[in-house]
Design a protein around this ligand. Structure first.
Ligand code: NAD
Length: 256
């Protein structure tokens, strides 16, 4: 379905981003990976699916590096047809103890990076009259949890940005939507399980059960593979008129 198209997924060396990159690669897209940590492993996983793959190590907190990444992607494959704004970090503390530099980093990486990558991707998408911008928000883009001021503010902002871009592209072949997962067992969430286990003297299993039980009625994690399939749907012709939605895949979290 995406043969000849190019997908750039930010924060795709791990977790959800890698899952989405692999799902888009299976549809035939060229893939531009981004993120920190092991690069060769994720590249090999995407290449094994038959996709052309490139990598750019832009730090999503730095607009100048985002600009370089977008130029790099266009130079590698012509243009970016699918932009998945996925890079994100978490920090947990009450507002009065929330380190200002953590706030700034979360807003920069989880929100402003999507603005910068989108503003740079849109001209070529509009010129081609086809494009998909998919923002990895969160159920925390729809509802709040205590101790997550930076994250909840950034994700609500990202849902707002999604709606604005959807309106500005509404008469074109470009769409913009947000995906709002509940808990997904990635390194970002395992850190929170570990913190719960350490604080309460629980096993990993007990801490996981407590974490799910607080918020997610299904008592199941959503998987990067399931989120990858949702991204594939949003890229499909069936989703041509899906615009500005914040689609939760959250085991019933936001239904409560
Ligand atoms: P993860 O920690 O597994 O992966 C995060 C990715 O972002 C990694 O590739 C990392 O290298 C990259 N990254 C971090 N800082 C970066 C920076 N400054 N520049 C470039 N890349 C950077 O996390 P994940 O759980 O896969 O999260 C992916 C996205 O999904 C995030 O936006 C997160 O908020 C969102 N999300 C996650 C969950 C969950 O339960 N895991 C739920 C809802 C939303």
């Amino acid at each position: 379905m995406l043969k000849g198209k190019t997908a750039l997924v930010t924060g795709s060396t791990s977790g959800i981003g890698l899952g989405i990159a692999k799902a888009l690669a299976k549809q035939g897209a060229n893939i531009v990976l981004n993120g920190f940590g092991d690069i060769e492993g994720p590249k090999a996983q995407v290449r094994a699916l038959g996709a052309n793959v490139a990598y750019h190590g832009a730090d999503m907190s730095k607009p100048s590096e985002i600009e370089e990444m977008m130029k790099f992607a266009a130079a590698q494959f012509g243009r970016v047809d699918v932009l998945v704004n996925n890079a994100g970090i978490q920090h947990v503390a009450p507002v009065e103890d929330f380190a200002p530099e953590k706030w700034d980093a979360i807003i920069a990486i989880n929100l402003s990076s999507a603005f910068h990558a989108s503003r740079l991707a849109l001209p070529a998408m509009k010129a081609a009259n086809w494009g998909r911008i998919i923002n990895l928000a969160s159920v925390h883009g729809l509802v709040a949890s205590a101790q997550k001021a930076g994250y909840v503010a950034a994700k609500h902002g990202l849902v707002g940005l999604t709606k604005v871009i959807a309106l500005e592209t509404a008469t074109t072949g470009v769409t913009c939507n947000a995906i709002c997962p509940g808990w997904v067992l990635t390194p970002l969430v395992q850190q929170q399980v570990d913190a719960k286990a350490a604080a309460n003297g629980w096993s990993n299993e007990e801490a996981t059960r407590q974490l799910l039980g607080e918020k997610e009625p299904s008592m199941q994690f959503t998987t990067p593979e399931e989120l990858g399939e949702l991204a594939v749907f949003l890229c499909s012709p069936a989703a041509n008129n899906v615009r500005g939605v914040a689609w939760n895949m959250d085991g019933g979290w936001a239904a409560q």
